[in-house]
Design a protein around this ligand. Sequence first.
Ligand code: PMV
Length: 345
Amino acid sequence: MAIATAHAKVILAGEHAVVYGQPAVAMPVCTLSCEVGIVDSPDGLTSFVADAYPGRFLAGAHEEHPLSFLEELLGWLFRDELPRWGVELAGPPPLSISVRSEIPIGAGMGSSAAILVAATRSLFAHYGITPPTSEIQRLAHAAEMGVHGRSSGLDVAAAVHSAPVLFTTGDPATALAIGAPFDLLIARSGVQSLTRKVVLDVLERRKREPAVIDGLFGQMGDIARRLAEAISQGELSAMGRLMNRNQELLTDLGVSCPDLDRLVAAAQEAGALGAKLTGAGRGGCMVALAEPVLVGSIRQALLEAGAVEVHVYHVDPGAVAEDVDLKLAMRGGGRSGQPRSPRIE
Ligand code: PMV
């Protein structure tokens, strides 16, 4: 079986603005990951299973299922991309695809991007191919455009790095040095958020008020650049102030919500250096920056303010500032046998 993993992320500055060409800063969360395994199908049918959903979903059943986006990804890779790597098949062979994930769905933590990255890597590994990370990033980003309609590529960039990244669409991400250790508390509001819908709402608002919205985006981009500098210099107080300011701008943009506002306020009152929503907003998660000594009390304050889950992530200067190897593993030698009848269109 070919297995590949990828991890979650939080956005520390610049979400939404990044869709319109501004830079953003994302922090990979390597302690929350997903794993995609691919093996030749024992029964001649291509199927998908995931720990998040009961049952087994068959490809080509002409019905939408929760893993349809993976079915589309694999179909596209077989048709357009694998032949460029010398994998010429009469049609996609039957495969069993399994997904295990610790990343909350619809919570602004990059769950779908991580699954797309892991699935792409896993499929190539099934054929004994290890494309460069930049190629995995390109393919997973193209697939994510299909999932979210419009996507900056920030989530995918974070899913293939282990260090924080400064990212602008179209440029390779810059991995940032970490000047001093810090802790992030990532609290889940419990409100599910649909990235696609929030991104569309922002698009509509920008059509109505272009000058106002572009003004907000310009300020967010500036914050992202300054935050990248502060992370590299280990200036925790500056990082916190920039996150707080970014939250004010996101509120002006209209993508916060009462649950997130309550969690942000609770973290700030409990001594967080900074706090903001992360991802598309209107639900999902918020992130707080803390000095290690205050992590326990901030965590408690978040739970009392209604967080359904709080994940603490310790960020250390020892974190590698280079592409992570995604712990690609091959078990049992990958592909076996000849291609059989196509099951993925
Ligand atoms: O909600 P998430 O984790 O998918 O993050 C979306 C980030 C946005 O900037 C709102 C969209 C994008 O494509 O970057």
